[in-house]
Design a protein around this ligand. Sequence first.
Ligand SMILES: *[C@@H]1O[C@H](CO)[C@@H](O)[C@H](O)[C@H]1NC(C)=O
Ligand SMILES: *[C@@H]1O[C@H](CO)[C@@H](O)[C@H](O)[C@H]1NC(C)=O
Ligand SMILES: *[C@@H]1O[C@H](CO)[C@@H](O)[C@H](O)[C@H]1NC(C)=O
Length: 508
Amino acid sequence: MQLILSALLSLFFAIVAAENPYRFFTWNVTYGTIYPLGVPQQAILINGKFPGPEIYCVTNDNIIVNVFNSLDEPFLIHWNGIQNRRNSFEDGVYGTTCPIPPGKNFTYILQMKDQIGSFFYFPSLAFHKAAGGFGAIRILSRPLIPVPFDPPAGDYTVLIGDWTFNVLMSGKTYRLRICNVGLQNSLNFRIQGHKMKVVEVEGTHTAQISYSSLDIHVGQCMSVLFTADQPPQGYYIVASSRFTNPILVTTGFLLYASSNRPASGPLPGGPTTQIDWSLNQARSIRTNLTASGPRPNPQGSYHYGMIPVARTIRLASSAGQVNGKQRYAINSVSFVMADTPLKLADYYHISGVYRAGSISDAPNGAGIYLDTSVLNTDYRSFVEIVFENYEDILQSYHLNGYSFFVVGMDGGQWSSASRNQYNLRDAVTRCTVQVYPKSWTAIYVALDNVGMWNLRSEFWARQYLGQQFYLRVYTTSTSLRDEYPIPKNALLCGRASGRRKRPLAIYT
Ligand SMILES: *[C@@H]1O[C@H](CO)[C@@H](O)[C@H](O)[C@H]1NC(C)=O
Ligand SMILES: *[C@@H]1O[C@H](CO)[C@@H](O)[C@H](O)[C@H]1NC(C)=O
Ligand SMILES: *[C@@H]1O[C@H](CO)[C@@H](O)[C@H](O)[C@H]1NC(C)=O
């Protein structure tokens, strides 16, 4: 009897410890011609497609993507919003991963660990993002974890940006996952005659509130539900730029299956330059504290508002010239690439690639200078980051490897008194946040993911010209529980060329 029981028990453990499913993708990255505005344009295609194939997966799935670079220049893909836990080697930005040389391939090994939601991938080097090479990532909840709304009749992704888009659908209640994959414009998204109920932002199930139009800033994603319950005909879907002059407008169509009447009437109007409108909308989007996330009821045991902050990091952008060239900076440092990915320099203890302490914890008003800026932080510390925007444009910031709590945003100068208005109860967690002109945004982040993580402006020209740095989340531990060793197939470059990949035989 006991024997049978222990046999059963070991079977049970074998099952619960079973590996999560693997999904394999082979991608061929090529140049091709597309006609986004009716005129031929050279684009980056993946398997002949623009946008690239959607990655469709479930929490904890292993995603194996073998990327063949058939361009004539180095190429890398970054997974915007995917946390790559313990594994910044796979992050696909220049500071973590060597570029895939032309004619070569690299296999990314990603795990969608403890994540749900709507994200996207894009090429991270140079200005490739402007030419395409991006696509959607959709992480579904595991089958037994309840989702706080009925299954929609259809689930679609809309990648909006500085490109035209088109959506065709019909029927009942649908889910739209909308991502702003553009290079710099905040967009307002709306569907003529239909309200949209926000249900998810970047992996957080929100309290479900309906809106006539929604602001989506560069790099951000959100899911809405809408019901096709209006008189059957076509309706305009509109995305218009925010805070720009002139306002750029792109349209798509929502069609009802039962009718071929085209969309008619004026395009639905939306906000243009109003900042308060956008700020109020952002504040109204809250976490649904009783809804499941990647795990059932994660908020039950975790109250971010009660954790003492170990450190406050204040970051301010600036624009100016260095050596007669336009540059952008954070806390006066305009980031320049080193000759070796910073993560590899760390892993192989190669000194002289970057200096710890090359960016300060607070703006100091100094002029802009060039450096490979890396901010050191302690693993498992809980930090407050305040993005201060003294400039007259809206900013959008993204932190790789993490989802953070957006605790507050407001106009004017941040001070310690600003903390009195923080939302310490039901703020959303996300990976990309806007900072309004002459305003601040504060986030809390639990630094529980060891690695070298890019913090950048999502405005592509700005990050390219220096408005970014790396957050090094460091521990002296070499345990696999804290960080994985370098992948066996890692490409090596710069001063890491020719190094051994798995120094300890036990891992090979
Ligand atoms: C990628 O596509 C190009 C163009 O169609 C083709 O020449 C090449 O063989 C493909 N490479 C792979 C690895 O499939
Ligand atoms: C390149 O692709 C081959 C399969 O065609 C694979 O065996 C190899 O591991 C890939 N290279 C890298 C660096 O991932
Ligand atoms: C929050 O989620 C719960 C659980 O799924 C759901 O019943 C409730 O309607 C949601 N509340 C709001 C305000 O969306």
